[in-house]
Design a protein around this ligand. Sequence first.
Ligand code: CA
Ligand code: CA
Length: 701
Amino acid sequence: MRLRVSWVFFCAAAVVACGGEGGFEIDASGTDAAMPPPYRPPRCGPGLSGGSGVQDAACADGGLPTVDAGFDAAPPPPPCNEVTFTYTDPAASTVWLSGTWLADAAGVWPATPAEGALELVREGDRWTLTTLVEPIGRHLYKFIVDGDRWVPDPSNPEREPDSFGGFNSVLDVCGASCGDPTAFDWRDTVMYFAMVDRFRDSDGRSDPVPGASDGDARIGASGQYEGGDLRGATERLPYLADLGVTAVWLSAPYENRDLAGAAIDPASDPHSYSAYHGYWPSPGDIDYAEPGDPVPTPAVESRIGTAADLHAFVDTAHATMGAGGHSLKVLFDYVMNHVDIESALYRNHPDWFARDSGRIRLCGPENLWDDPFWGTRCAFTDYLPPFDFDVPAARAWSVADALWWAKEFDIDGYRLDAIKHVPQSWLRDLRSRLRAEISDAPAGRFYLVGETFAYDDPGLIRSFVDPGTMLDGQFDFPFKARLCEAVFAPGGDLSRFADWLASNDGYYGAGAIMTTWIGNHDIPRAIHFASREIANCREGSSPANGWNSASFRQPTDAAPYERLALAFAVMMTNPGIPLIYYGDEIGLAGGGDPDNRRMMPWDDAALSPHQRALRQRVRALARLRGANPVLGRGRRVTVSADADTWVYRRVGCDDSVLVAINKADAPRSVTLPPGTYEDLLEGGEVRGVVSLPPRSYLVLR
Ligand SMILES: [Ca+2]
Ligand SMILES: [Ca+2]
């Protein structure tokens, strides 16, 4: 089952080509692994990031898009109850759809088109139907194959027993159903990204690689290993649980390149980088013939710890209770596009890697990032050869490797790096094996979230989202840009954001769970957008902002921290898994990559009152989300909205929570719906016309 508008169908077959269709920016993206193209993209793009992010300087400095451009650039999504059903069976002669919303007054499902069953249309091996499902809410359905065989939807993981010893597929149209409010549900999750090398150093020791550009990562940029380690991350799990975090995304823990690497274009970025970020995997020539007992055993990166340390991290997380009464979940970053050229895997299997006339072909010089063929086969840089997943042995190895790490360490999900630069065959194979081999995933889903760096191409992002066969969700880049524009920019307009968000809610499909975010490791720190030092909400990393730490100081006034809290308030009270990039809970300063990866400060006395206040706000919001399923699972109904204020309800789960926001730099009054409300954050009661202080919010019941 998938939800999508029909034009995306044409894109799905050739996803990479679709990137350009929405027209807009080059998306060299996702390449946490490497650097951005130093070559001028045709239009301003997010740039690459990772080891040494660089962005086209012209984009970083000028040509700021207007707020209007942000809202209008995206194609209008379909209504959230427009559902596309798909069924793959080349041998079938007819495929019909029947379900609860098609039933007669007595509740009997139609068994034929004459009775109201809907007919799917054949497209090659697949049968499809796009239809409006009304009323919105929770529905059950089945396909009827060849007139008499009733089968649940194989691509929909949500199912429940029927009355005949089989299963019905479950459709949650527009996210209107709550499920069991006491059971773990990914929709309640608050995720935190801990970049291990920069999060917590347990022993004061690091193991630098020769030649990497150093720096004082406590106050600025560094390309070197800085000493953070797995034991340090484990020590800080209580901090994260207290903060309201319920899932931790850990930077890739497996063996990485031991040599320093040049920037993609040394002429624009003379720095040299270590693999401190984890995006340069360097696997041994591991034989997965016995999947449970590979030879040699895959190695944890020695610079962050041992396999025992990694087990300890996951086991401790799983033994730590988070808000909502569920154990902390763990996701690893997984990088499947490429490996280190020095790795034994590459040396022993050069035929598993993409070549053009015997040579690795670089993405940058010819701007192949979105090329229909080379976009999934070009190299981000010359020391990171990309897999050729058309080679069955290469794809089987990579999927087996991802499976091994998932099973060996009993993790709950993956964040998949640069997914658009990998053929979908890899993703489909991974999902298929996860479904077959991991039966105890939380709430039945091993959460796969992908990175497709595209602020204005939701269709491209969606083309990878299908919980049954590909991703559970992606990082919501369009959400990030529009939230930043609405809440941080002087001319932001919350009513337009509210309208846009209404169309975004169901856009990625009924079963999709996107990850919402305001900051990450590829762009300048969120606090500098909130402070308005950076006006372009799509600004990425560049040599100019990545190695200019003196220009990105910790703001000293309250306003930026209050605006950032507002952004978190929106994220924590809306659908999607809100992401906290480590340090954003204290508004940590820093420019682009790598200045956005300063060491997490743990000395509270060194934090300003504004930083501590922001952390307290994030903590209260995150804990509220974990304890109130309606915030993540319910529907949003806007009560009122104008440029500066927005009042909305979250309804569902036998609950109703009211949120009121004022993003203006002056007080604003809003009128609450009739009734007396409990202030869930500050306590006390409110009613009637409420004056909201500048940059403030209320969460009420
Ligand atoms: Ca250390
Ligand atoms: Ca290493």
